[in-house]
Design a protein around this ligand. Structure first.
Ligand code: 9D3
Length: 249
Protein backbone atom coordinates (compact mmCIF):
# COMPACT_ATOMS: atom_id res chain seq x y z
CA UNK A 1 0.00 0.00 0.00
CA UNK A 2 1.15 3.49 -0.86
CA UNK A 3 1.97 5.96 1.89
CA UNK A 4 2.73 3.57 4.67
CA UNK A 5 6.01 2.77 6.34
CA UNK A 6 8.08 -0.23 5.28
CA UNK A 7 6.63 -0.11 1.84
CA UNK A 8 8.18 -2.50 -0.64
CA UNK A 9 5.41 -3.16 -3.11
CA UNK A 10 5.85 -6.65 -4.44
CA UNK A 11 9.50 -6.95 -3.56
CA UNK A 12 10.19 -8.79 -0.33
CA UNK A 13 13.92 -8.79 0.43
CA UNK A 14 15.17 -12.14 -0.82
CA UNK A 15 16.65 -14.32 1.87
CA UNK A 16 19.01 -17.27 1.79
CA UNK A 17 18.57 -19.96 4.39
CA UNK A 18 21.90 -20.45 6.04
CA UNK A 19 22.53 -23.45 8.28
CA UNK A 20 24.71 -21.69 10.84
CA UNK A 21 23.51 -18.09 10.97
CA UNK A 22 19.86 -18.53 10.10
CA UNK A 23 18.76 -15.94 7.55
CA UNK A 24 21.23 -14.05 5.39
CA UNK A 25 20.15 -11.24 3.09
CA UNK A 26 21.98 -11.51 -0.20
CA UNK A 27 21.39 -7.91 -1.38
CA UNK A 28 24.43 -6.07 -2.71
CA UNK A 29 23.02 -2.85 -1.34
CA UNK A 30 20.36 -1.66 1.05
CA UNK A 31 18.72 1.72 0.42
CA UNK A 32 16.23 3.33 2.81
CA UNK A 33 14.37 6.44 1.66
CA UNK A 34 12.78 8.97 4.01
CA UNK A 35 10.14 11.13 2.37
CA UNK A 36 6.91 13.00 2.98
CA UNK A 37 5.68 11.78 -0.42
CA UNK A 38 6.01 7.99 -0.49
CA UNK A 39 3.32 7.68 -3.18
CA UNK A 40 5.65 9.40 -5.66
CA UNK A 41 7.91 6.34 -5.51
CA UNK A 42 5.32 3.86 -6.75
CA UNK A 43 6.03 3.12 -10.39
CA UNK A 44 9.49 4.35 -11.37
CA UNK A 45 11.32 1.95 -9.08
CA UNK A 46 9.09 -0.99 -10.01
CA UNK A 47 10.08 -1.01 -13.67
CA UNK A 48 12.87 -2.10 -15.92
CA UNK A 49 16.40 -2.55 -14.60
CA UNK A 50 15.64 -1.49 -11.03
CA UNK A 51 12.77 -3.95 -10.88
CA UNK A 52 15.11 -6.71 -12.07
CA UNK A 53 17.79 -5.70 -9.56
CA UNK A 54 15.27 -5.87 -6.72
CA UNK A 55 13.85 -9.19 -7.85
CA UNK A 56 17.38 -10.59 -8.18
CA UNK A 57 18.14 -9.53 -4.60
CA UNK A 58 20.86 -7.08 -5.68
CA UNK A 59 19.00 -4.07 -4.28
CA UNK A 60 16.94 -4.02 -1.09
CA UNK A 61 14.90 -0.81 -1.24
CA UNK A 62 12.43 0.50 1.36
CA UNK A 63 10.42 3.73 1.23
CA UNK A 64 9.56 5.25 4.63
CA UNK A 65 7.05 8.00 5.34
CA UNK A 66 8.79 10.61 7.50
CA UNK A 67 5.41 11.45 9.00
CA UNK A 68 5.36 8.02 10.67
CA UNK A 69 8.24 9.25 12.85
CA UNK A 70 6.32 12.25 14.20
CA UNK A 71 5.18 11.83 17.79
CA UNK A 72 2.12 14.04 18.21
CA UNK A 73 -1.32 13.07 17.01
CA UNK A 74 -1.19 15.73 14.27
CA UNK A 75 1.95 14.05 12.88
CA UNK A 76 3.82 17.35 12.84
CA UNK A 77 7.04 17.26 10.83
CA UNK A 78 7.65 21.00 10.35
CA UNK A 79 7.70 24.26 12.30
CA UNK A 80 8.41 28.01 11.87
CA UNK A 81 12.01 29.23 11.64
CA UNK A 82 13.52 30.92 14.71
CA UNK A 83 14.19 34.56 13.86
CA UNK A 84 11.19 34.74 11.57
CA UNK A 85 10.91 34.62 7.82
CA UNK A 86 8.68 32.91 5.31
CA UNK A 87 7.96 29.19 5.17
CA UNK A 88 8.53 26.29 7.50
CA UNK A 89 11.43 23.98 8.32
CA UNK A 90 11.52 20.23 8.77
CA UNK A 91 11.84 19.60 12.51
CA UNK A 92 14.96 17.72 13.62
CA UNK A 93 13.33 15.08 15.88
CA UNK A 94 11.46 12.97 13.30
CA UNK A 95 14.48 12.92 10.95
CA UNK A 96 16.99 12.08 13.71
CA UNK A 97 14.75 9.34 15.10
CA UNK A 98 14.04 7.83 11.69
CA UNK A 99 17.71 7.80 10.68
CA UNK A 100 18.80 6.43 14.06
CA UNK A 101 16.23 3.65 13.73
CA UNK A 102 17.47 2.72 10.26
CA UNK A 103 21.23 3.32 10.36
CA UNK A 104 23.75 0.61 11.05
CA UNK A 105 27.53 0.80 11.38
CA UNK A 106 28.16 1.13 7.64
CA UNK A 107 25.46 3.58 6.67
CA UNK A 108 25.86 6.74 4.58
CA UNK A 109 23.20 9.32 5.33
CA UNK A 110 22.57 11.66 2.41
CA UNK A 111 20.32 14.71 2.30
CA UNK A 112 18.78 15.84 -0.97
CA UNK A 113 18.56 19.60 -1.28
CA UNK A 114 19.21 22.36 -3.82
CA UNK A 115 22.16 23.43 -1.63
CA UNK A 116 23.97 20.09 -2.00
CA UNK A 117 26.98 19.39 -4.19
CA UNK A 118 25.91 18.49 -7.70
CA UNK A 119 25.43 14.78 -8.31
CA UNK A 120 27.41 13.26 -11.17
CA UNK A 121 28.65 9.91 -12.47
CA UNK A 122 31.72 9.94 -10.18
CA UNK A 123 29.49 10.38 -7.12
CA UNK A 124 27.22 7.59 -8.40
CA UNK A 125 30.32 5.38 -8.53
CA UNK A 126 31.26 6.30 -4.95
CA UNK A 127 27.76 5.61 -3.64
CA UNK A 128 27.65 2.26 -5.43
CA UNK A 129 30.50 1.12 -3.14
CA UNK A 130 28.40 1.67 -0.02
CA UNK A 131 26.71 -1.12 1.89
CA UNK A 132 23.75 0.95 3.08
CA UNK A 133 22.39 4.34 2.02
CA UNK A 134 19.75 6.39 3.81
CA UNK A 135 18.43 9.04 1.40
CA UNK A 136 16.49 11.87 3.02
CA UNK A 137 14.29 13.81 0.63
CA UNK A 138 13.94 17.49 1.38
CA UNK A 139 11.27 19.84 0.18
CA UNK A 140 10.69 23.56 -0.18
CA UNK A 141 10.70 23.99 3.57
CA UNK A 142 14.32 22.99 4.04
CA UNK A 143 16.06 21.23 6.93
CA UNK A 144 16.87 22.43 10.43
CA UNK A 145 20.63 23.02 10.21
CA UNK A 146 21.33 20.46 12.98
CA UNK A 147 20.27 17.70 10.60
CA UNK A 148 23.00 18.84 8.19
CA UNK A 149 25.67 19.28 10.82
CA UNK A 150 25.09 16.29 13.08
CA UNK A 151 23.24 13.62 11.10
CA UNK A 152 24.04 13.80 7.39
CA UNK A 153 27.27 12.54 5.85
CA UNK A 154 26.63 14.34 2.59
CA UNK A 155 24.17 16.66 0.85
CA UNK A 156 23.38 16.32 -2.86
CA UNK A 157 21.52 18.26 -5.53
CA UNK A 158 20.83 16.91 -9.02
CA UNK A 159 21.30 20.25 -10.78
CA UNK A 160 20.49 23.94 -10.87
CA UNK A 161 16.73 24.04 -11.31
CA UNK A 162 13.97 24.21 -8.71
CA UNK A 163 11.84 21.13 -8.03
CA UNK A 164 8.97 20.85 -5.56
CA UNK A 165 10.75 18.30 -3.38
CA UNK A 166 13.62 15.80 -3.29
CA UNK A 167 11.64 12.71 -4.31
CA UNK A 168 12.59 12.80 -7.99
CA UNK A 169 16.25 13.50 -7.11
CA UNK A 170 16.20 10.47 -4.78
CA UNK A 171 14.87 8.32 -7.62
CA UNK A 172 17.49 9.71 -10.02
CA UNK A 173 20.24 8.76 -7.58
CA UNK A 174 18.81 5.29 -6.96
CA UNK A 175 18.64 4.71 -10.71
CA UNK A 176 22.19 5.89 -11.38
CA UNK A 177 23.61 3.89 -8.45
CA UNK A 178 21.65 0.68 -9.03
CA UNK A 179 22.86 0.19 -12.58
CA UNK A 180 26.44 0.28 -11.24
CA UNK A 181 25.91 -2.55 -8.74
CA UNK A 182 27.73 -5.74 -9.71
CA UNK A 183 25.42 -8.09 -11.61
CA UNK A 184 22.72 -5.54 -12.41
CA UNK A 185 23.72 -4.90 -16.01
CA UNK A 186 25.02 -7.54 -18.38
CA UNK A 187 27.37 -6.90 -21.27
CA UNK A 188 26.01 -3.39 -21.75
CA UNK A 189 27.79 -2.22 -18.63
CA UNK A 190 31.39 -2.81 -19.63
CA UNK A 191 30.76 -1.28 -23.05
CA UNK A 192 29.03 1.70 -21.48
CA UNK A 193 31.71 2.28 -18.86
CA UNK A 194 34.32 2.09 -21.60
CA UNK A 195 32.64 4.70 -23.79
CA UNK A 196 32.05 6.93 -20.77
CA UNK A 197 35.71 6.71 -19.87
CA UNK A 198 36.59 8.38 -23.17
CA UNK A 199 34.78 11.37 -21.70
CA UNK A 200 33.05 12.22 -24.99
CA UNK A 201 29.44 12.26 -26.11
CA UNK A 202 28.29 9.34 -28.23
CA UNK A 203 28.81 9.31 -31.98
CA UNK A 204 25.68 9.28 -34.21
CA UNK A 205 24.19 5.85 -34.85
CA UNK A 206 21.91 4.50 -37.55
CA UNK A 207 20.00 1.31 -38.29
CA UNK A 208 18.21 0.05 -41.39
CA UNK A 209 16.99 1.21 -43.83
CA UNK A 210 20.14 2.74 -45.36
CA UNK A 211 17.86 5.24 -47.09
CA UNK A 212 14.72 6.49 -45.32
CA UNK A 213 12.71 8.94 -47.47
CA UNK A 214 15.56 11.07 -48.79
CA UNK A 215 17.65 10.65 -45.63
CA UNK A 216 20.83 8.60 -46.21
CA UNK A 217 23.03 6.84 -43.68
CA UNK A 218 26.62 8.22 -43.89
CA UNK A 219 28.72 6.32 -46.45
CA UNK A 220 31.52 5.53 -44.00
CA UNK A 221 29.19 3.32 -41.94
CA UNK A 222 28.14 1.28 -45.00
CA UNK A 223 31.69 0.74 -46.20
CA UNK A 224 32.39 -2.39 -44.16
CA UNK A 225 35.86 -0.92 -43.57
CA UNK A 226 36.29 -1.19 -39.80
CA UNK A 227 39.20 1.24 -39.60
CA UNK A 228 37.24 3.83 -41.58
CA UNK A 229 34.17 3.31 -39.37
CA UNK A 230 36.23 3.73 -36.20
CA UNK A 231 37.84 6.90 -37.60
CA UNK A 232 34.44 8.37 -38.58
CA UNK A 233 32.93 7.61 -35.17
CA UNK A 234 35.86 9.10 -33.25
CA UNK A 235 35.71 12.26 -35.33
CA UNK A 236 31.93 12.59 -34.95
CA UNK A 237 32.14 12.10 -31.19
CA UNK A 238 34.79 14.80 -30.96
CA UNK A 239 32.84 17.25 -33.18
CA UNK A 240 29.61 16.66 -31.28
CA UNK A 241 31.33 17.10 -27.92
CA UNK A 242 33.04 20.30 -29.13
CA UNK A 243 29.70 21.65 -30.28
CA UNK A 244 27.47 20.63 -27.36
CA UNK A 245 29.72 20.03 -24.35
CA UNK A 246 33.04 21.87 -24.77
CA UNK A 247 33.37 21.64 -20.97
CA UNK A 248 34.10 17.91 -21.37
CA UNK A 249 37.13 18.48 -23.62
C1 9D3 B 1 15.29 29.21 -0.73
C2 9D3 B 1 14.91 28.99 -2.13
N1 9D3 B 1 14.77 27.62 -2.58
C3 9D3 B 1 16.10 27.05 -2.91
C4 9D3 B 1 16.37 27.16 -4.38
C5 9D3 B 1 14.09 26.78 -1.56
C6 9D3 B 1 13.79 25.41 -2.02
C7 9D3 B 1 13.15 25.19 -3.23
C8 9D3 B 1 12.84 23.88 -3.64
C9 9D3 B 1 14.13 24.33 -1.23
C10 9D3 B 1 13.81 23.06 -1.64
C11 9D3 B 1 13.17 22.82 -2.84
C12 9D3 B 1 12.80 21.44 -3.24
N2 9D3 B 1 13.89 20.78 -3.96
C13 9D3 B 1 14.64 19.83 -3.40
O1 9D3 B 1 14.40 19.44 -2.26
C14 9D3 B 1 15.74 19.28 -4.13
C15 9D3 B 1 16.29 19.64 -5.41
C16 9D3 B 1 15.93 20.64 -6.38
O2 9D3 B 1 14.97 21.42 -6.24
N3 9D3 B 1 16.70 20.73 -7.52
C17 9D3 B 1 17.75 19.92 -7.76
N4 9D3 B 1 18.12 18.98 -6.89
C18 9D3 B 1 17.38 18.86 -5.74
S1 9D3 B 1 17.70 17.74 -4.54
C19 9D3 B 1 16.46 18.23 -3.59
Amino acid sequence: MIGRTEEKPGFPAPTIHCSSAGLLNQSQMKIDVLTLFPAMFAGPLDESIIKRAREAGLLDLTIHNLRDYAHDRHKTVDDRPFGGGPGMLLKPEPIFEAVEALAGRNTRVILLSPAGRTFNQAIAGELAQAEHLVLVSGHYEGFDERVREHLADDELSIGDYVLTNGALPVMVIIDAVTRLLPGVLGDEQSADEESFSHGLLEYPQYTRPAAFRDLKVPEALLSGNHAEIARWRAEQARLRTQERRPDLL
